[in-house]
Write a protein that binds this ligand. Structure first.
Ligand SMILES: [Zn+2]
Length: 312
């Protein structure tokens, strides 16, 4: 029996509509599934990777704003994200020991890149042991180099997007070069004898070296894992008195009680704004990105040490 023309037309239309739906589903799914899964350990690294990868990658940041990478204990969700990852960026030089152990154990299928470890470190003396200082982002020129590596790694992972990644990296590197010059100019406004930075933990060696400050004593070394002894506190109080610094600085990822005690005993003030050392700030903090964080830190330091106000 012949099928009616109306039936055939209806069927063709249905097939066409179905085909269209399948086609757009595949196109959407294709673009979605093709985006590589990239994991970053710290909020700083996540910001740099996002600047380069933007919407062409699926980015997960394991640490959230305000968390201290030195003492962070990984959560089960971190293991899941690492197992699914195509590419993992971490800091290295033992900044995030808990996460580095987890990456070693779980992210077997992913390419793993220790961004700080592509750089020549400043070697700190940690309890008599020479230890690479992981806080490399204090010198903006180091970040320019790490962004270059991020673009290379993403391009290798998604070659069809290589030009996009390289263009984003170049634009961001230009902003970073501007930031580097801006910081140096503003630190220069601090009277030379007052260019001394005293903080709770030893996180600003790269910053001070790059921009012409000296570092004062520290309660804690380059890690924040240990509490200082009464002896360390007494030594730092004496050091701060001798240095005659106008102010010392608390850090957002650390309890300010220690530095406040030391400052009170030494008779100096603690700068009202805390410094962002190992993490970006939360929404509304004014330090939500690496560039904003470096500007805010510089403003805080310049104002507290008697330079020309760097910020409006
Ligand atoms: Zn640190």
């Amino acid at each position: 029996m012949m099928k009616s023309p109306v039936f055939l037309w209806e069927r063709r239309r249905w097939v066409a509509a179905f085909g269209l739906a399948i086609g757009s589903f595949l196109a959407l799914a294709g673009s979605g599934w093709a985006r590589p899964r990239v994991v970053a350990t710290t909020t700083l690294i996540a910001d740099w990777v996002e600047q380069v990868g933007q919407d062409r990658i699926r980015l997960t940041s394991l640490l959230q704003p305000g968390m201290d990478p030195h003492i962070y204990e990984p959560a089960p969700a971190d293991g899941v994200a690492l197992e699914r990852a195509d590419l993992v960026f971490y800091n290295g030089y033992n900044l995030e020991p808990g996460l580095m152990r987890l990456i070693e154990a779980t992210a077997q299928g992913a390419r793993r890149v220790a961004l700080a470890e592509i750089l020549e470190p400043i070697v700190a003396n940690e309890d008599g042991i020479p230890t690479p200082d992981p806080h490399v982002w204090g010198n903006v020129e180091n970040v320019i180099l790490m962004v270059e590596r991020i673009a290379q790694e993403l391009a290798e992972l998604a070659p069809s997007e290589a030009a996009f990644f390289r263009a984003n990296a170049a634009a961001y590197q230009a902003e970073l070069a501007e930031l580097h010059a801006w910081i140096a100019q503003h630190i220069q406004t601090i009277p030379p004898p007052k260019r001394i930075l005293v903080t709770t933990h030893d996180a600003f060696a790269y910053y001070t070296q790059a921009y012409g400050l000296k570092m004062g004593g520290f309660l804690l070394g380059i890690s924040t894992e240990e509490q200082p002894s009464a002896q360390t506190v007494a030594r730092l109080v004496a050091e701060i008195r001798a240095l005659q610094v106008p102010a010392v600085f608390a850090e957002t990822t650390l309890n300010p009680a220690l530095i406040q005690t030391v400052a009170a005993e030494a008779g100096v003030k603690v700068a009202e704004q805390e410094l962002y050392s190992d993490s970006l700030g939360e929404a509304g903090s004014g330090a939500e990105t690496y560039i904003a964080m470096m500007r805010l830190n510089t403003c805080t330091i310049v104002a507290a040490l008697g330079g020309s106000p760097a910020c409006p």
